[in-house]
Design a protein around this ligand. Sequence first.
Ligand SMILES: NC(=O)c1ccc[n+]([C@@H]2O[C@H](COP(=O)([O-])OP(=O)(O)OC[C@H]3O[C@@H](n4cnc5c(N)ncnc54)[C@H](OP(=O)(O)O)[C@@H]3O)[C@@H](O)[C@H]2O)c1
Length: 248
Amino acid sequence: MKKAALITGASSGIGAATAIEYAKNGYFVYLMARNKERLQEVAAQCRSGASIVSCDVTDVAALNKRLDEMLTAKIHRIEVVVNNAGIYQTHSTEEGTDEIWMKQFEVNLLGPVRIVRAFFPYFKEQGGGSIVNISSTLGLRPGGSNSSYSASKAAMVNWTQSLALDGGPHKIRANCVCPGIVDTPIHSFHHLDSEQKTITLEKMKSLQPLGRIGTAEEVAKAAYFLGSDLSSWTTGAILSVDGGINLT
Ligand SMILES: NC(=O)c1ccc[n+]([C@@H]2O[C@H](COP(=O)([O-])OP(=O)(O)OC[C@H]3O[C@@H](n4cnc5c(N)ncnc54)[C@H](OP(=O)(O)O)[C@@H]3O)[C@@H](O)[C@H]2O)c1
């Protein structure tokens, strides 16, 4: 059976780049997100084969159905899950309604928790597997205007380490990537006109010791390293891929 990886949030940004990176390395990829058209565009760039799993990770019934179909089909040997789907909302402390907090945690944490819960018995039965959680530098060092996002990503870091402890005896590895600032549609600056964007990016450069923001492909390489056998003796690791911003 061909080795495969499930990548969530594969319709855009870091998830799309990660899917393409796994495909380049011979993996069949399951591409999960809501936007089917964008998933099809990514699938077309995955030469090792791809299957579109159109699903909202907050729709529990639909998600469970999709996971069940994937895990019982036994067409491929799914070795890796990359929990990448995420949303980012800024708000002041007073503006942080229950609804905002719940939404951040539903997408950024509970979606991944549900996926991993379904995968654990499958990984145990096949003798191992690898989980890569895409957190954020904000999960290590929060910002003042993004508390619900930062807290959801901090929870993801801590949860990854629980998974590493629980999964270790079953050869299930769990690791975390904490990206810094990457130019993707998740950021409002991504949608600025080119002049405004250049000004904004210039200002951001100085925040990173390496003097620039990152690319989705640079994060994808880390997500590939931690998911694949290249990191076969690594579990519970929290890898910052952030141009050094976490140190400033
Ligand atoms: N870009 C950065 O600077 C940065 C920094 C640190 C961490 N991160 C993290 O990296 C991950 C990827 O973000 P990105 O920068 O690549 O942003 P992006 O381009 O906006 O991608 C977000 C992805 O998540 C999917 N998604 C959102 N809500 C979903 C839902 N309810 N169900 C299923 N899929 C959903 C989106 O697909 P659909 O809209 O098609 O559903 C999209 O594919 C996120 O977890 C983010 O927090 C990003």
